[in-house]
Ligand binder design. Sequence first.
Ligand code: NCD
Ligand code: ZN
Length: 365
Amino acid sequence: MLKLPGLIDPHIHVREPGQTHKEDWDSATQAALAGGVTMILAMPNTKPPIFDNSTLDLALSAAKGKARCDYAQFLGAGPDNADIAASLAPKAAGLKMYLDSTFGELRLDDMTLWTPHFEKFPKDFPIVLHSESRTMAAGILFAAIYDRPVHIAHVSLKEEILLIKAAKEKGIKVTCEVCPHHLFLTLPPPLPSPIFGENGGGLGGGRAEVRPHLATKEDVEALWQNMDVIDCFATDHAPHTLAEKDSENPPPGFPGLETLLPLLLTAVDDGRLTLDDIIQKSVINPRKIFHLPEQPETWIEVDESAEYEIKAENQFTRCGWTPFEGWKVKGKVRKVVLRGKTAFEDGKILAEQGYGRDVRVQEME
Ligand code: NCD
Ligand code: ZN
């Protein structure tokens, strides 16, 4: 049995408030625990989006009643909330800025809308950018001009990882995350996956829709080759129901909390990654980048030799599917201990609703 620290996932979509048929604070945190994740940072593209004090309270009060693992909630950057967002910074995971189109209506088209956020959001809290390709280059220029840290969400392209590498070499305060689906899948028609070979077939149509899009083999290889440039693994757990994914107008996004660790451990077994890569990118670096507290008496126990097939029917997420259906993986989460209590064991969630803590609240004990 392998013992690891509880993982931190800095990018997930809980869907509450507003779209709890896809997921809520209960089901999302169950999925997290089953995946060996003991802390999640939740994105603000809910309905309504998390833009101000009252919407932040909506999300945090739902979380307080339902969450089974620890968490923090991101604020969304809007066209006119830079002062409010800055004042709420201590209560939030950070500020998320959508510079490109995706699910939800948070895109900031005009660069004059970016400026107040770069000027006002406290420099010791990260700004996370959804920014692809040239928009990402623009975001990095803003980080340099305003001399403040930015964290680039879900890097997927060769040109992106190479630019981030160059920006880091210049001393620009940029960090980044990569999602498992951009490491293990290519755009349709899917090519043999690194490590998993011919797996990945059958992912077409609406089910393959995700932002950023799945990329080419060359992009995927560039991510693997620049593993040292990647600061964090993040799932971008973005649950939509199977009916929605198979509809005329499929929303983009994949669930990912429960497949993160088995996929990464299989890559370790294959010699592509080390356990230390997982600890650095799923615990140490997210904690440092987002100023997250240590979770005392928290660990996960993993059976490294357990081989099994990923199946949606075994998942706790409400969305009912996974892009990795049928993939053969090696490494199973057996037990999760969160702050001294067994929160998950042998397929059963043991932590109760409300056990999860908001990591931005100082406990007075
Ligand atoms: C995300 C979602 O569904 O909320 N979708 C996605 O494809 N990643 C939005 C996002 O993170 O861009
Ligand atoms: Zn996302």
